[in-house]
Write a protein that binds this ligand. Structure first.
Ligand code: SF4
Length: 691
């Protein structure tokens, strides 16, 4: 292990949680205070304000744990690392390289994501690596690549939104998930131009000038209806479509059949409101279409996002200064986490693992023979689904993720985890996944280590080590390197100093779409605003993409012909309601971090089911009583929260809670054919009283 730099009294850093990465100052005692920064403009949400609780939490792990006779017992670092390395070697010798799988996370720093991908491909030489971002942003990433040839959440600085007259926000609830983001929507909201598309009357929808509440799973049809109005009412930006795009005729052939009155019957959104949105966008000086998980987490997630991108293209928004299309990433490093090689099908620099040139480049950077690099592996759900099967992995290493709560078809995944010969985790606290593990490594967290994150606008941020970590913990980089060396990798191939790892990541990404070769810690320490690609040392970075051309070889964006098919599991007589899932203000992802913070737990300590009072009454339930949400896959026990503004045909479950409260006991694991995203946002359920 290398010695880190000494800690100063006050350190400028960023929040441990979501992709807004709000700026904060952290004292050496761990107290946090907000800091002015373009993205959060001096704001923090409850999670950020209480994040110091994570540093001081009594739930922190401070010693490795090893399972013996069914129980986890404290162990020394050398014992735990030796044990894991020898078991991995045995398992691979017996069952082959792919018998070991790695599962990463979208909250890991760029350095960790990079070293984890390298560890899988160079030290383990397994193709089986994927990460929880597959369940998060993968549909928008696929749709962005298809339309623009390049995917960056927001291809423009967030502050550009502050100048917008119109913002159409589809399936996103930033007023609860990232509250300071709402500051950028004030102008649009004050001028009557904030349109929110969401089946729920969320806090964000409350701020909207126009709230459209389509039936869950019909937002693709809604986008087709607004596109139809755009063309039928003569609002198409023909000049832009001709100069900067291809494929409009094919897309229109489908949209032509979705006149607004027909779309009203499918979605429940009034035809007049569809026309109003088309008109609002076309008359705005500056307009944006933004999508979030509500549009993306469907078995048709890629096509749904494509439908909204088609609408943005029809109005000439992407690549036009002061307008555009973007996706709001959710996890802290949702953007960087998908660029550096922890995805099943990608190598660092956001390159395809199938691309012979990218493979040659990475083999040279890593000092291995090209033919030694594994090919693409299965996607996250498929990887978890195969655990312990005759052909599947026999060992799994989990970093920065808690699939025992967050995985689709979660009861089945927990069964699969229990069949493994070896489950290893690196964790801050004993998460539900770590509680099942054979070996748990206690690791440092955000303010206890240096590392970079790439926020939702593609800007690379340096999070500095601000406090002393508890005695006994090591960094994830130490764990990865410790295992790699025991598996035979030469010492200099797996550095543990974050700056050295970042320098290697820069070389690995050179020439790729997400090129970090010009970033470097020194420029970040100097406060430079660097948005990727940053192509070499003197390069200023790229705050705005697509201003001259898109990233396809012909420089044009692509319309895609997409059609509405509806949810994979529509409501029926047995399961007459539709369940949808999401986040609440107080918690983050599986809740492993936020559920240990007293203030957040006191505010929302358990799952609830949000439902219209009449729907609750039909099930014999009243506000505050315990109900059961039942689907074909399982049931969730939840306290009823009656909300008069809820759609009577929809119930909502937050997904942050463990045990019988896990929302993914009921959700549908049907996968998008392109992104392999599960359909978290729609499944058929019924509501029952608890006997
Ligand atoms: Fe900001 Fe997100 Fe942290 Fe809240 S959770 S303080 S919105 S970065």
């Amino acid at each position: 292990m290398e010695s880190p730099a000494p800690i100063t009294e006050l350190t400028e850093s960023h929040c441990p949680y979501c992709a807004l990465q709000c700026a904060m100052t952290i004292s050496s005692a761990g107290a946090v205070s907000p800091r002015m920064f373009p993205t959060n403009q001096g704001g923090l949400c409850q999670k950020g304000w209480t994040s110091s609780g994570l540093l001081r939490s009594p739930a922190r792990l401070t010693t490795p744990l090893v399972r013996a006779r069914g129980m986890l017992r404290p162990a020394g670092w050398e014992e735990a690392l030796d044990l894991v390395a020898s078991r991995l070697t045995e398992i691979q010798a017996q069952h082959g390289r792919d018998a070991v799988a790695v599962f990463g996370g979208g909250g890991l720093t760029n350095e960790k994501a990079y070293l984890l991908g390298k560890f899988a491909r160079v030290a383990l030489r397994t193709s089986r690596i994927d990460y929880n971002g597959r369940f998060c942003m993968s549909s928008a990433a696929s749709a962005g690549l298809r339309a623009f040839g390049l995917d960056r959440g927001l291809p423009f600085p967030l502050t550009d939104l502050g100048e917008a007259d119109v913002v159409v926000l589809v399936g996103a609830n930033p007023a609860e998930t990232m509250p300071p983001f709402m500051r950028h929507l004030r102008r649009a909201a004050d001028g009557g131009g904030l349109v929110v598309v969401d089946p729920r009357r969320t806090l964000t929808a409350e701020s909207a000038s126009l709230h459209l509440a389509p039936a869950p799973g019909t937002d693709l049809a809604l986008a087709l209806g607004i596109l139809h109005s755009t063309v039928a009412d003569g609002l198409l930006d023909e000049n832009y479509v001709r100069r900067r795009t291809t494929g409009f005729a094919d897309a229109w052939r489908v949209a032509a059949a979705y006149w607004p009155e027909r779309v009203e019957r499918i979605t429940g959104v009034a035809a007049a409101d569809q026309r109003r949105v088309a008109d609002l966008i076309s008359t705005a000086r500056r307009a944006y279409v933004l999508t979030g998980r509500g549009a993306e987490q469907h078995a048709t997630g890629v096509d749904t996002v494509s439908a909204w991108i088609n609408l943005a293209l029809a109005h000439g928004l992407p690549g036009n200064f002061g307008s555009g299309y973007g996706c709001l990433t959710g996890q802290g490093n949702g953007q960087g986490g998908r660029e550096h090689g922890q995805k099943a099908d990608q190598l660092p620099g956001y390159r395809s693992i199938r691309d012979p040139q990218a493979r040659r480049h990475m083999a040279a950077v890593w000092g291995v023979r090209e033919e030694e690099l594994p090919g693409p592996g299965p996607s996250a759900y498929e990887l978890l689904d195969a655990l312990g099967t005759p052909e599947g992995p026999k060992a799994l290493l989990v970093f920065g993720s808690n699939p025992a709560v967050s995985a689709p078809r979660v009861a089945h995944v927990v069964d699969r985890l229990s069949t493994l010969d070896l489950l290893v985790t690196a964790d801050l606290v004993l998460s539900e996944t770590s509680a099942l593990a054979d070996v748990v490594f206690p690791v440092t967290q955000w303010a206890e280590e240096d590392g970079t994150m790439t926020n939702l606008e593609g800007r690379v941020l340096l999070r500095r080590r601000a406090v002393q970590p508890p005695e006994g913990v090591r960094t994830d980089l130490d764990v990865i390197a410790g295992l790699a060396h025991r598996l035979g990798a030469p010492g200099d191939r797996f550095p543990t100093d974050p700056e050295a790892v970042f320098a290697e990541l820069g070389a690995a990404s050179r020439g790729g779409a997400a090129d970090y070769s010009g970033v470097g810690y020194e420029r970040l320490k100097a406060g430079e605003a660097l948005y990727w690609p940053v192509r070499g040392e003197g390069h200023p970075g790229t705050p705005r993409l697509f201003t001259d051309s898109f990233a396809h070889p012909d420089g044009r964006a692509r319309f895609t012909a997409v059609d509405h098919t509806g949810p994979a599991e529509p409501a029926d007589d047995d399961y007459p309601l539709t369940a949808t899932t999401g986040r609440v203000l107080e918690h983050y992802q599986s809740g492993a971090q936020t559920r240990v913070i007293e203030e957040l737990k006191a505010a929302v300590g358990a799952v609830f089911v949000e439902v219209h009072p009449d729907t609750a009454a039909r099930a014999g339930l009243a506000d505050g009583e315990l109900g059961k949400v039942v689907s074909r896959r399982g049931e969730v026990v939840a306290r009823v929260r009656c909300v008069p503004s809820a759609r009577p045909d929809v119930v909502f479950l937050p997904f942050h809670f463990p045990g019988v409260q896990r929302a993914n006991l009921v959700t549908n694991p049907a996968l998008d054919p392109m992104s392999r995203m599960p359909e978290f946002k729609v499944c058929a359920v019924r509501l029952e009283a608890v006997a």
